[in-house]
Design a protein around this ligand. Structure first.
Ligand code: MN
Length: 487
């Protein structure tokens, strides 16, 4: 993309004031990077332009776009952050400074991974836009990876899959997550990538015809009920996420077990319209048992909301259908960035800049202070934060949010340390279960305690999944018996 093309796109989207500021940032960055070229050839400024344009496509505010243009200036040129601040003000300088900090650590194996995580979380707690610019930066770098030596390519690909993609997922940025993974996949495992692409090649084609026919027929049925969708479209599952799903043991690398290879998405004007459309779909196409999920009534932990169902479409082919309103759609595609959206009515609402959904980011920073070593912290992050969460209920209907694989003991400690200490089992959905039973979303869990029980069993450390349970059990074990070795 040339600078003229970029500026034309900016002008269409932003008001004259912001367009002028972005234009100045482009001139400033062009001057600072003058004479530099990319490893892949061409003037260096092409990279910041690509990054800024991605942020524009994500409809972020002018300051974020400006920071995208300026993000490599302090690192790679003689121009300083202070000069950026003098020219563009403290917010843009803060964002650029944040990106520079996040990117500064040199590769030192696992340590770098941990340090990067910490920096990202700290940066995020201050302003999540720093991380979003970093995503845009990474997306462009992944596109020009071919020029690098194999080892470096693999390292960047791995870091993308292990760090950036889970973060994007956690921030609810589904589209960005999918793109990051798909760009990294061929560099991480070229053979598997080739195998997967070959597998889906013909399948996609057949399925897309089915989806096209179904789209047309659903439109007709909705019209008969006076329902008019804003949009109906098919979407292909991202290749890497398909790969992860198909290589799970229960799927046995068999594509026929995947029902959302191509899904049909219905965007209805409002919430009521979503349920009405679902009614129409289920009345005319038989739903596949066990595949209906109401993520509107029970959103995913990252904020994702939609109705999901799988129906038997034309020729009996199962097709997943996702129904949502425009707000849910924005949230699903852009996640937290939806809060910074540049609206036609004016600037984003800066009053609500720190979304309550980001509370977990602060929690992570808090955990870092509680654990001893970086390795422990990493382990905590992997288990508690980056994994899928499940939602269970107390008998009173309180929701308890736990990592996937959590057990009865984790649940007990999450409610109260006393409950954990005296736990001997639980009634899960009214059935007696052992302390090490794994819970799943929707379970109603009533912890069974024994009054005379003195404390937890150190053997529980073998199966608990949460940091909270682990530290309670360790502490109680130390107090109880100082002669016994603690695992
Ligand atoms: Mn860059």
């Amino acid at each position: 993309m040339t600078d003229q093309e970029f500026l034309r796109a900016i002008k269409r989207q932003y008001d004259p004031d912001d367009t002028a500021r972005i234009t100045r940032a482009l001139q400033f960055a062009t001057k600072a990077h003058a004479g530099q070229s990319r490893k892949s050839g061409g003037p260096y400024i092409q990279h910041p332009i690509a990054v800024a344009d991605r942020l524009r496509q994500m409809r972020l505010d002018a300051e974020t776009v400006m920071a995208g243009l300026l993000h490599d200036v302090p690192e790679d040129t003689t121009t300083t952050l202070a000069e950026i601040e003098a020219e563009f003000g403290p917010t843009v300088a803060f964002l650029v400074g944040g990106i520079t900090k996040v990117g500064k650590v040199k590769y030192r194996g696992l340590d770098r991974y941990i340090e990067n995580l910490q920096k990202m979380f700290i940066a995020m707690a201050e302003d999540v836009r720093v991380v979003i610019i970093k995503f845009a930066d990474r997306l462009d770098n992944l596109q020009t990876l071919d020029v690098l030596p194999k080892e470096k390519r693999q390292r960047i690909a791995q870091e993308t899959i292990e760090l950036y993609a889970p973060l994007a997922h956690r921030l609810g940025m589904g589209e960005i997550k999918g793109e990051l993974e798909d760009l990294a996949f061929p560099h991480l495992s070229p053979r598997e990538h080739l195998w997967m692409s070959t597998q889906v090649g013909t399948q996609y084609h057949q399925l897309e015809q089915v989806v096209e026919e179904l789209t047309w027929r659903i439109r007709e049925r909705l019209a008969q009920e006076d329902l008019s969708p804003n949009d109906i479209h098919g979407r292909r599952k991202h290749l890497y996420s398909l790969y992860k799903k198909i290589t799970r043991p229960e799927n046995n690398r068999d594509l026929r077990r995947i029902y959302d290879l191509v899904a049909l998405r219905i965007v209805m004007p409002n919430l009521g319209g979503c349920y009405a459309a679902l009614g129409v779909v289920h009345r005319h196409w038989k739903p596949m048992p066990g595949r209906f999920k109401d993520y509107i009534a029970q959103p995913k932990p990252n904020g994702y909301r939609s109705l999901h169902t799988t129906v038997f479409g034309p020729n009996g082919v199962p097709v997943e259908i996702q129904i949502r309103d425009p707000q849910m759609h924005d949230q699903a595609e852009y996640g937290v960035t939806a809060h910074w959206h540049y609206t036609e009515s004016g600037k984003p609402d800066t009053g609500s800049r720190v979304s309550p959904k980001l509370a977990w980011v602060n929690e992570l920073a808090e955990w870092r202070r509680q654990v001893d070593t970086p390795e422990q912290y990493l382990e905590t992050l992997r288990i508690d934060a980056l994994h899928q969460r499940i939602f269970c209920f107390t008998p009173n209907g309180d929701v308890i949010d736990l990592p996937e694989g959590a057990t009865v003991v984790d649940f007990a400690y999450h409610v109260h340390s006393d409950l954990g200490d005296r736990c001997v089992g639980a009634r899960v959905n009214e059935k007696m279960c052992r302390v090490d039973s794994t819970l799943k979303s929707g379970d109603v869990v009533e912890i069974v305690t024994e009054k005379r029980r003195k404390g937890p069993n150190p053997d529980w450390l073998d199966f608990v999944k949460t940091q909270a349970a682990r530290s309670h059990i360790r502490r109680a074990a130390r107090e109880q018996d100082t002669t016994r070795p603690i695992p």
